[in-house]
Design a protein around this ligand. Structure first.
Ligand code: GTP
Ligand code: MG
Length: 225
């Protein structure tokens, strides 16, 4: 009887312990972690929308306009840096209000025309709100950077709440992505002389224009089919 009682109290103790631990976790779960989880949910929503479009095109036209999708939430370090650099109050509300790229979805497309087709399909959806659009394809950055950027708001549906979250969507071709990845790596190389920096910038701009021409040629080839 004593052993039985002992086992029962052990089980009760275990239950109590895990309840207590769960409460502790909930009490200590920082609002920041909750917000970051919401941004991850928003990424899932946006990714799914693009995957659905890709699936439909694959069914109807036997081709995939999307080569790949890469998503990320902003790291705490770069978020902290942006808050500091832009003098944003460090309340969660101010951060949500002022920082548009905590959630980022990058869609790599096969052809340049697919970028606009996909962007239009996304923006037509009745739960998507366009906040800002930057067309660095029609108007490339002075360094040669090309991509179509959308800041959108997308709802996520929680247990008993609907929450609108901002997501930065970058749409680009494989060639634009190739250039941007290498340019990013080179840009963060430290201790380069000013002359070398200037020389690299010129060469990068040349490469950006070359790859834009290549994108155009590939589009023309495809349009013949
Ligand atoms: P930031 O996110 O602080 O740069 O805000 P912004 O208003 O300047 O945004 P913009 O739309 O110009 O760029 C946002 C993102 O696009 C960056 O975080 C990069 O991922 C990408 N991007 C913009 N310009 C360049 C560039 O010159 N080179 C590369 N590799 N990426 C770029
Ligand atoms: Mg950014």
């Amino acid at each position: 009887k004593e052993i039985l009682q002992n086992q029962e109290s052990q089980a009760a103790m275990k239950q109590l312990m895990s309840d207590e631990i769960m409460n502790l976790i909930h009490e200590n779960m920082k609002p920041r972690d909750t917000i970051m989880a919401y941004y991850r949910c928003a990424i899932m929503e946006v990714e799914t929308k693009f995957k659905v479009l890709n699936e439909q095109f694959s069914l109807e036209y036997d081709r995939n306009p999307i080569e790949s999708i890469k998503s990320r939430t902003k790291s705490m370090e770069s978020l902290a840096k942006k808050i500091r650099d832009r003098n944003i109050p460090s309340s969660l509300e101010a951060i949500e209000e002022n920082i548009n790229d905590i959630a980022g979805v990058r869609v790599i497309c096969s052809f340049c025309e697919d970028i606009y087709m996909l962007a239009n399909c996304l923006l037509k959806q009745d739960d998507i709100t366009l906040i800002e659009i930057k067309d660095y394809i029609k108007k490339p950055k002075p360094n040669g950077y090309r991509s179509l950027h959308l800041i959108i708001s997308v709802p996520i549906f929680l247990k008993d709440e609907k929450r609108d979250m901002k997501v930065e969507v970058q749409l680009r071709t494989i060639a634009m992505d190739f250039w941007a990845s290498l340019e990013h790596k080179i840009r963060y190389k430290k201790n380069l002389s000013e002359d070398l920096q200037k020389e690299l910038a010129e060469e990068l701009l040349y490469c950006a224009n070359q790859s834009a021409e290549l994108d155009m040629k590939m589009q023309k080839i495809r349009n013949k089919i």
